[in-house]
Write a protein that binds this ligand. Structure first.
Ligand code: T3D
Length: 258
């Protein structure tokens, strides 16, 4: 545990909180490396079924800490390859659902982080800005991949070129988040949602995430082959037996075994 990332586990839900509230959780290298390490630790911990990433204070993440850039002894390419890219790859490759709980502004790489979750929950006062062009940088940390898949090329280009702020209502309309909750109850609503997810069959969700990730860049033929292979792994697992047994017995399935 480090102070830039707060770690809390309740009912199978590990919450990782970006903790640089006075900078709207702008990311420095320590924060990015610690977050990536905590995600890997959560993946390896059998007591964790769902991971939530959120921000302390009024912001989610304001992107790269601009106080940290000048005087850096790394090229931009090296920096991305050492910090942001491993973080985004870890989230997309994690064998557990990652919920990004966007409590406030998500800007730049913070917007990419907000989009990178399997489930994106926003507070009413949350917003997202592809802010990069304001400082004449290109969108990074996966924004060029995530955003056009959600809103199409043209809207993505416009949001990136003009650095327009997307509020929660618009974010939901555009498909940038699954649900919006009131600010006052946001943390509890996120926990309740994550607990619902934690009660689902974890092994099946891991395979589902794997299948969907692969299908995002595959042909239909490849997706059908992948489904057939993964269905064998699902069908051979005790979760499948429990699901069918519970259905026949007309009871709720129990997918959490201590
Ligand atoms: O390898 C590489 O490094 C390339 C990687 C790039 C990835 C990127 O993310 S590039 C984009 C970097 N981020 C930005 O350019 C965002 C800059 N921030 C803003 O545009 C605004 O702060 C926001 C739109 C996010 C929020 O505006 P507002 O009005 O709600 O808050 P504020 O007053 O601007 O910010 C509050 C404080 O946080 C303020 O500090 P102060 O004055 O109270 O002492 C502000 O300076 C600080 N802050 C906000 N964002 C950053 C930041 N400090 C450092 N870095 C930031 N990114």
């Amino acid at each position: 545990t480090s102070d830039v990332i707060l770690v809390d586990t309740r009912a199978g839900v590990r919450t990782l909180t970006l903790n640089r509230a006075d900078r709207l959780n702008a990311a420095n290298d320590a924060l990015l490396l610690a977050l990536t390490e905590e995600l890997k630790a959560a993946d390896a911990d059998s007591g964790v079924r769902v991971v939530v990433i959120t921000g302390a204070g009024r912001g989610f993440c304001a992107g790269q800490d601009l106080g940290d850039v000048s005087g850096r002894d790394m090229t931009f390419t090296e920096h991305l390859n050492r910090t942001y890219n491993p973080l985004i790859r870890t989230i997309r490759g994690l064998g557990k659902p990652v919920v990004t709980a966007v409590n406030g502004v998500a800007a730049g790489a913070g917007a990419s982080l907000a989009l990178s979750g399997d489930i994106r929950l926003w507070a009413q006062s949350a917003s997202l800005i592809e802010v990069f062009s304001n400082i004449a940088l290109v969108p990074d940390s996966g924004s060029t991949w995530f955003l056009p898949r959600l809103v199409g090329y043209h809207r993505a280009f416009e949001l990136m070129a003009l650095a327009e702020r997307v509020n929660a209502e618009e974010g939901q309309r555009l498909g940038l988040c699954e649900h919006v909750y009131p600010d006052e109850t946001f943390r509890e609503d996120v926990q309740a949602y994550a607990e619902r997810l934690a009660a689902r069959p974890a092994h099946t969700l891991k395979l589902t995430k794997q299948a969907l990730n692969a299908a995002m860049t595959s042909t239909l033929d490849e997706a059908l082959d992948q489904e057939a292979a993964l269905q064998q792994l699902a069908g051979d697992h005790w979760e499948h037996e429990e699901g069918v047994t519970a259905f026949k017995a007309r009871r709720a399935p129990v997918f959490v075994r201590e």
